[in-house]
Design a protein. Structure first.
Length: 135
């Protein structure tokens, strides 16, 4: 079976200046030992205020300043000795503030570069992006 990597909630409607937190979730995974993903977005529409990651040893991520400058945040983690298994893992919580104007929206695109098991084998997955729309 395939793992699922997704943004939750998948669709958020906000007014200028409002703040919301999304989660990057990994579902239905066994023997997860490494993740490398990028979250791509339009920082002219919404900017990252805060990043809270899972409490996995060795997890690294881009600073909010760099993420907003580059329109993407990179998060990676690998721990072959302590793989994770679960129907429902929250990999990160990311708080955005809307900085754009009504009518604009940004896709929260998950570019999963690698999802690996403890044998360094790729784990099959389906990926589901999210959207922030300004009203």
């Amino acid at each position: 079976s395939q793992a699922r990597v997704s943004i939750a909630p998948s669709f958020i409607t906000l007014s200028p200046g409002q703040v919301a937190t999304i989660m990057i979730k990994i579902y239905y995974v066994e023997d997860l030992a490494g993740v490398d993903l990028w979250l791509e977005y339009d920082s002219d529409v919404a900017e990252i205020l805060q990043i809270q990651t899972a409490n996995f040893w060795g997890l690294h991520y881009t600073s909010t300043w760099r993420a907003n400058r580059d329109n993407r945040m990179k998060i990676n983690w690998a721990d072959m000795a302590n793989p994770k298994t679960g129907a429902y893992l929250t990999y990160a919580r990311i708080t955005f503030r809307v900085v754009g104007s009504p009518g604009q929206e940004t896709t929260l695109h998950l570019d999963v570069k690698n999802l690996a098991n403890s044998d360094f084998e790729e784990i099959g997955r389906n990926v589901y992006d999210g959207v922030i729309r300004i009203v």
